[in-house]
Design a protein around this ligand. Structure first.
Ligand code: SAH
Length: 243
């Protein structure tokens, strides 16, 4: 994962009342590769509960900047995005959460981009939303729209990390149907298959290997389980005995 592109992304928390939420937000950020945290007029910070909830993201807390107003937090940014569980009555330019990442990453190459989160009880005030160019609402169950602050931070940071791109981790191929044969079992099956196919003169030992590779790929796609592999070996043995 190239975390460099996420360096210019700033998380701004306005007027937090629970220090635990600040710690949990720092952890949510760092786990997604985002480390720039600015706190606007926090009610209890620093605080041991914030440290406890941050766990391995203590450095994000220690480097957090504390400022008095939202303007102080975002004045050097090229773009600021408000987050809210409610849409204001005067609709503000919304960005669908799945489009947030590309929007933010495009702008953050130039100047910092701020994602702004509101107070636990009252969210962002209208005048604060209006200092931001866009608004993002994370889709939720309409009967329970409001997320815990750190959960909202986690989801937004996850979207940003996914938009930035993660290295594809190899998927372990799990055989859904039965015991998985070992690589060695499969290797021995391939050898048996080719020997039998040469015996019955389907394969020419002198010929190029393409057909062997295609057969290997065919069985790789089939992901034989141990029973199926035994059946294939049984068929080959029966063919061998016919000669
Ligand atoms: N009653 C408040 C709750 C705020 S929760 C309200 O509805 O605004 C604290 C913060 O978490 C919010 O200000 C917002 O920044 C973020 N948040 C919570 N739920 C969210 C959602 N569904 N979409 C976007 N942000 C959300």
């Amino acid at each position: 994962m190239n975390l460099g592109n996420l360096k210019n992304i700033r998380i701004v928390l306005i007027g937090t009342t629970h220090p635990g939420n600040v710690g949990a937000s720092a952890r949510a950020m760092k786990s997604m590769g985002i480390t720039d945290l600015v706190l606007v007029d926090p009610q209890a910070f620093p605080h041991p509960e914030a440290d406890a909830r941050a766990t391995s993201a203590l450095d994000v807390l220690q480097n957090a900047k504390i400022v008095a107003t939202l303007h102080d937090a975002i004045e050097d940014c090229g773009l600021a995005i408000a987050t809210s569980s409610q849409l204001p009555s005067l609709r503000w330019p919304e960005i669908p959460v799945r489009e947030l990442g590309s929007k933010v990453l495009n702008s953050s190459t130039d100047k910092p981009v701020a994602i702004v989160f509101g107070r636990e009880r009252t969210g962002m005030h209208l005048d604060e939303i209006q200092q931001c160019q866009h608004l993002v609402q994370i889709p939720t169950n309409p009967d329970c729209r409001s997320l815990n602050l750190a959960s909202a931070v986690q989801l937004i940071c996850y979207e940003l990390m996914m938009a930035n791109g993660i290295e594809k981790t190899p998927v372990r191929i799990k055989n859904e149907y039965g015991a998985q044969p070992t690589i060695d079992d499969i290797d021995r099956f391939h050898k048996h298959l080719f020997a039998t196919l040469e015996d019955i003169e389907f394969l020419d030992p002198e010929q190029p290997k393409l057909i062997r590779q295609r057969l290997i790929r065919l069985f790789a796609k089939a992901q034989l389980d141990q029973n199926e592999l035994n059946i294939m070996r049984g068929i080959l043995t029966a063919v061998d005995q016919k000669k």
